[in-house]
Design a binder for this molecule. Structure first.
Ligand SMILES: Nc1ncnc2c1ncn2[C@@H]1O[C@H](COP(=O)(O)OP(=O)(O)OP(=O)(O)O)[C@@H](O)[C@H]1O
Ligand SMILES: [Mg+2]
Length: 320
């Protein structure tokens, strides 16, 4: 649905984005990662025409973005940035309802939509409706920013380091919420981040950029297994690469049936990752775990041997 073909952007003599081609099918979550200044934000801003590209083609649903009216285009595309861009003198309700009001929805419809979104993003209406941005924590403001981007139900969401300014715990919570939201809403998302773990966790398609170019793109697992060069490998965490791959693989896909002897108390829920399993094995000095279902009932075994052996086979990604 979003397609960039040989797109470049020059600012004066400087080439910020250099001949990139990228396809983001409908409903896919695409993450752009790369060092500072490599052209990630410029790429996003070309998609909603905040910046006009210098060369190449950008199409939405097969139609050149040049053919869309820029204002209408931006209303179709939700845009979230790091410092939320909330209007400081507007309360939460007014901020979230911005685009529906611009689209001239009825007051009742705007109100209903705002309340629906506040509910979806865990912002209790009674508590937050009348707060102003300066009365919100970073994580709360970020939720309001996401709610605002979703308000007119855009099919496309562009997110530029939306969780960049948050502490790791709040960040992880919002990542989980975003993943849940995406599983329900199936937006077409282009997400920029510095944080490779965040990208690996959320993305269906991972794009590694450097100095305006795309160096490699593909599924997170494909990149982890076959980084095309040392730069991509170092972006993917160098020696940590094996653990990052284990983080994308589920216990469920590697457990064996229950052995005759039940191993000790070390129990791991079936939906956990192999990375968590390895961590538990290290912590408990064991090479075997009992896999349990959501009711804590033992349903299988997981051995270190199996984890190591199976990790070589290309199967079972969490994102599949
Ligand atoms: N409006 C502009 N005028 C001139 N140069 C610009 C402009 N916007 C971006 N650039 C340059 O284009 C290059 C890419 O910038 P961009 O903001 O896309 O990088 P980025 O990958 O988002 O970086 P970061 O991770 O630091 O946010 C940089 O060298 C930047 O200085
Ligand atoms: Mg940027």
């Amino acid at each position: 649905m979003i397609e960039l073909t040989r797109v470049s952007k020059r600012f004066g003599d400087e080439t910020a984005v250099n001949d990139i081609s990228l396809r983001v099918p409908k409903g896919e979550f695409c993450a752009l990662v790369g060092t500072s200044g490599c052209g990630k934000s410029t790429t996003l801003r070309m998609i909603n025409r905040l910046i006009e590209h210098s060369e190449g083609d950008i199409t939405l649903d097969g139609q050149s973005i040049g053919a869309y009216d820029p204002v209408r285009l931006r209303r179709r595309i939700g845009y979230v940035i790091q410092h939320t861009g909330l209007f400081p003198h507007w309360n939460v309700v007014r901020n979230i309802g911005l685009v529906p009001r611009l689209l001239k929805w009825s007051t009742a419809d705007v109100q209903a939509r705002v309340e629906e979104l506040m509910d979806l993003l865990g912002l209790p209406v009674v508590e937050f409706s009348h707060k102003y941005p300066h009365q919100l924590s970073g994580g709360q403001a970020q939720r309001v920013g996401v709610a605002r981007a979703l308000a007119a139900d855009p099919d496309i969401l562009l997110m530029d380091e939306p969780f960049g300014a948050l502490d790791p715990i709040t960040r992880e919570k919002l990542q989980e919420e975003l993943a849940k939201l995406q599983a329900r809403l199936h937006k077409t998302v282009v997400f920029v981040t510095h944080d490779m773990d965040e990208a690996l966790k959320l993305a269906d398609h991972l794009v590694v950029m450097r100095e305006g170019r795309i160096i490699q793109q593909g599924s997170p697992l494909a990149l982890l297994q076959h980084p095309s060069d040392p730069f991509v490998e170092s972006m993917l965490g160098g020696l940590e690469r094996g653990l990052k791959q284990a983080a994308l693989t589920r216990v469920k896909d590697h457990m064996t049936s229950m052995g005759p002897t039940l191993p000790a108390q070390s129990r791991i829920p079936v939906n956990f990752s192999l990375r968590q399993a390895l961590s538990m094995m290290l912590r408990d000095h064991t090479d075997r775990l009992t896999v349990v279902d959501q009711h804590d009932v033992p349903i299988g075994d997981l051995s270190l041997r199996r984890v190591i052996k199976e990790a070589q086979l290309d199967k079972g990604s969490i994102r599949e």
